[in-house]
Design a protein around this ligand. Structure first.
Ligand code: SAM
Length: 239
């Protein structure tokens, strides 16, 4: 699996200088607002630009005809063909996919986005990396644009500990890594509402709001807010 990890790093490095404008992403077809989902994984909604450096999103950028050939080639390999079928479904969802490592910043020009959404991704940065990432989000948002950040809620996990659910509490800090590729799944920071509010204020966001599951100003929350129970939902505006 070290090979898979190195391959992912290598492709990310090759793609590091990519830049996209909304017209590259064919957004004249969508709602007229520019919506970007960062670290989207497989949770995608129609009309959004989805950025992730996983293999699923890399394959979702392949043309449909090529995916169909792959499906034909691997028709007898149940696991692989199931994965390709899923990617074909993603490919048909009227979304736009960008394979990009967000450690390199955001691959968009200044002031183009109306909405930025990010779920269970921000905690993959160190605190310093998180500030740099939020500065990039602010740069890419239009004045009046909104960001919604969803992360595991430190306060809820501490409550778990206090209730005696110690193993579940510890699992968020010390999860088993099945292979080296899952280094991408490693958390490097954690936030409660006050900590996240502080970092958003530091970067210059305004109107910071502690939201609830599937509630807020961001569109498509019925699809995008897929992680409920232990999650902190926060929205903020660029003025
Ligand atoms: C825990 S998943 C969250 C997926 C989805 N947003 C959700 O809420 O279920 C984290 C996602 O971040 C992506 N990711 C991790 N590090 C990344 C990076 N440096 N650049 C881009 N995507 C990254 C992973 O590939 C993965 O899809």
């Amino acid at each position: 699996m070290k090979f898979k990890f190195l391959l992912r790093q290598f492709i990310s490095w090759v793609h590091r200088n990519r830049k996209f404008t909304p017209s590259d992403c064919h957004f004249e077809e969508s709602s007229g607002t520019i919506r970007i989902n960062l670290g989207s994984g497989r949770i995608v909604a129609p009309g959004w630009i989805n950025v992730d450096n996983g293999f699923t999103i890399l394959m979702a950028t392949f043309p449909l005809w090529f995916l169909k050939i792959l499906l034909y080639v691997f028709q007898n390999r149940k696991n692989i063909s199931k994965q390709i079928e899923f990617i074909i479904q993603l490919n048909r969802k009227k979304c736009y996919f960008i394979h990009y490592d967000l450690n390199y910043g955001l691959p968009f020009p200044d002031g183009v986005a109306d909405f930025i959404y990010s779920s269970h991704f921000f905690e993959h940065f160190t605190q310093k990396g998180g500030v740099a990432f939020l500065k990039e989000c602010k740069r890419v948002l239009k004045p009046g644009g909104m960001i919604r950040i969803c992360v595991p809620d430190l306060e809820k996990f501490v409550q778990l500990y206090l209730k005696g659910e110690r193993i579940r509490f510890l699992s968020v800090f010390f999860s088993e890594l099945r292979n080296v590729d899952e280094c991408y799944g490693r958390h490097r920071s954690m936030y409660d509402y006050n900590l996240l509010q502080d970092v958003l204020i530091k970067v210059g966001f305004k109107k910071i709001t502690h939201c609830e599951y599937k509630k807020g100003t961001t569109p498509d929350l019925d699809i995008l807010d897929a992680q409920n129970e232990m999650t902190l939902y926060v929205e903020a505006m660029k003025q």
